[in-house]
Design a protein around this ligand. Sequence first.
Ligand code: AMP
Ligand code: MG
Length: 417
Amino acid sequence: MQLSDDCFAADDHLMTTAEALNLLSGRIEPIGTQEMIPLRQSRKRVLAEDVISDYSVPPKGNSAVDGYSFAFESLRNGQDTSFRVVDRAAAGHPATVVPGRGEAIRVFTGAVMPSGHDTVAMQEDCEIDGDNVVIPPGLSPGANSRRAGEDVEKGDVVLRRGQLLRAQDLGIAASVGRTELSVYQSVRVAVFSTGDEIREPGKLLPEGAIYDSNRYVLMSLLEALPVEVIDLGILPDDPDAVAVALRSAAQEQDILLTSGGVSVGEEDHVKNAVSENGSLYFWRLAIKPGRPLALGQVDGTPFVGLPGNPVAAMVTFIRFARPLLLRLAGGTDLEPKLYRVRADFSHRKKRNRREWVRARLKSGKDGTPEAEKFAREGAGILRSLVESDGLIELPEDMTEVVPGTMVEFLPFAEVIS
Ligand code: AMP
Ligand code: MG
């Protein structure tokens, strides 16, 4: 995919989260290449077709329990009814006898409903009397039977184009007989870190150096998406080396993703390498944590530069890079779901910016989930993410949280599984 030079152009005003997300989805077009792949491989891919069922599921009415089937209209009102049992039907083995009036059939769960029968009595409720079964009163018409098409009617749209496929989605595709699905091609994402202080774990750590953690967080977060991760490792603070690596990745990958090294005003090689071989814009977002988001293109391939601080990198990935990637991948449901929970902490914030607080969920006195804030707030405290279940997203207009305030919670599980 080729981007125009000014695709990410934005003026210098402080941008809200909503505005940034709108710009991203408005200016990024899905890559759009489709392929047919085996069902078994389609989890976490974005569906490129509406799946319309050629069948009803179940195709025939069947028994929901082990028991005795009969025609409801033959039941005597308010008293026991005795039926002669004339045949048996199990799952995959329909009855061969066509029952007459006043006749029942021994049925097992999943057995096709015998002809003329609409209701089943559970075996625990029945009494056997020689060749007869005695059925107590009180059943309603159709009890304990599943009607044909109860799950899916022929012609129903069971899955929609643009959705990220989950386990149960593959199940319904299989249940309507599909062996392959049309999906969008995975987005190839090149991930790299930069900085002369950043080292690969396992290597010696010279004085003043730190191990790369962001790349491991980002590559793992990416694995929940319809992407192919290309690990470019750590690039040195050398303008030519960075330019060569970025341009060669831009030839083959769909998007370049980095963290750190792109702050405004910093003497930085990534910044120069990107702007000299394409374009780079800094979006001033009204958010905390997270400094500017860097967006641009290298030889027409999109570039996303996240902040270097580990908390800011993960938060901005989840809230901005992830929707952008899903959009590229053809997804329609771009933003993670948030859930209202009760706060069990106090917190003050500046008006007019959105803030994410790391929190752990616990069960409150009445069983309602309550969020406990991680005590330390620094954007470099990776343990605040490790010891939390998710992020509390505080809106622009809120200035204070007190115990009992209802807040929006974004579980990490929403974006990781
Ligand atoms: P920067 O945006 O490059 O100024 O980085 C901000 C902070 O994040 C600095 O303390 C960096 O050392 C740190 N940082 C940058 N990249 C990484 C990384 N890949 N892993 C861990 N920390 C990083
Ligand atoms: Mg740096």
